[in-house]
Design a protein around this ligand. Structure first.
Ligand code: ARG
Length: 252
């Protein structure tokens, strides 16, 4: 009888270790799909596509979990994670000290950097952060682009920051003349410019130190953090990561 109890208990323990705390056999993921090529909505099918989407689906497959992804507001992602609406958030989210105070981050899965997007007509006039005095910068609210622009504005190196819910909205603001430049992640600027070849915009290349994207997980779910990290390791070791990277960035 004792043996049986011990057996049942250890089986239960094993079972509870192998699944996320609140997702069951499903990995519920939040993203904000206005961030091509990391996450965007396929216009024809409505499907969520991008580097992050492939990566998290591969992570789910490795862990034997069904992956369900919701597309919500960027600003609502961390609150939703804290509220346990999701097991994980993948959204080209930079690992920052401030965010890491409220959520856990996986090992970095992508190295990125910020750029400035300018109007063609400002070519040669705006060459970097030192040329932004008196300018208005458009950003997606609460992104690293916002943090950088806010610092510049506070230092008097920028007139003001215009904050938008999405990256495409911030691009639009410059196109309609409501702002002068956009501060955004370089791979996203490149992808936007490639997808909108008619837009009279260009980017200035890297303007800051590199940053790293991580998958965010609730601090009370360290088991899932470990599982996701081991899945990322495996995907790097078995070539899946490289395959996904080449699919989205292979032409660079
Ligand atoms: N990497 C930047 C940050 O973490 C921007 C991320 C924006 N992501 C998105 N899905 N809109 O602040």
């Amino acid at each position: 009888m004792k043996k049986l109890t011990a057996l049942v208990l250890s089986a239960l323990l094993l079972f509870s270790l192998s699944i996320p705390a609140w997702g069951g056999g499903t990995l519920k993921v939040g993203t904000e799909a206005g961030f091509m090529p990391f996450e965007y909505v396929d216009e024809k099918t409505g499907e969520l596509l991008g580097f992050d989407m492939d990566l998290i689906r591969a992570v789910g497959e490795t862990l034997g979990l069904k992956v369900e992804i919701d597309n919500i507001h960027w600003d609502g992602l961390i609150p939703a994670l804290l509220n346990k609406n999701y097991d994980a958030v993948i959204a080209g989210m930079t690992i920052t000290e401030e965010r890491a105070a409220s959520v856990n981050f996986s090992e970095p899965y992508f190295e990125s950097v910020l750029t400035i997007v300018i109007k063609d007509q400002d070519q040669g006039l705006i060459k970097g952060t030192e040329d932004l005095t008196g300018k208005i910068a458009a950003v997606q609210i609460n992104t690293t682009g916002d943090f950088e622009a806010t610092d510049l504005a506070e230092a008097g190196a920028l007139k003001s920051v215009a904050r938008f819910d999405t990256v495409p909205d911030s691009m639009q603001a410059v196109l309609v003349g409501a702002a002068d430049v956009i501060l955004v992640d370089l791979p996203v600027a490149k992808s936007y410019l490639a997808a909108n070849p008619g837009a009279p915009l260009q980017h200035l290349g890297p303007i800051t130190d590199n940053e790293f994207y991580g998958i965010a997980i609730h601090k009370q779910n360290p088991e899932l953090l470990e599982q996701i990290n081991s899945a990322l390791k495996q995907l790097q070791a078995d070539g899946t990561y490289d395959q996904i990277f080449d699919k989205w960035f292979g032409t660079e």
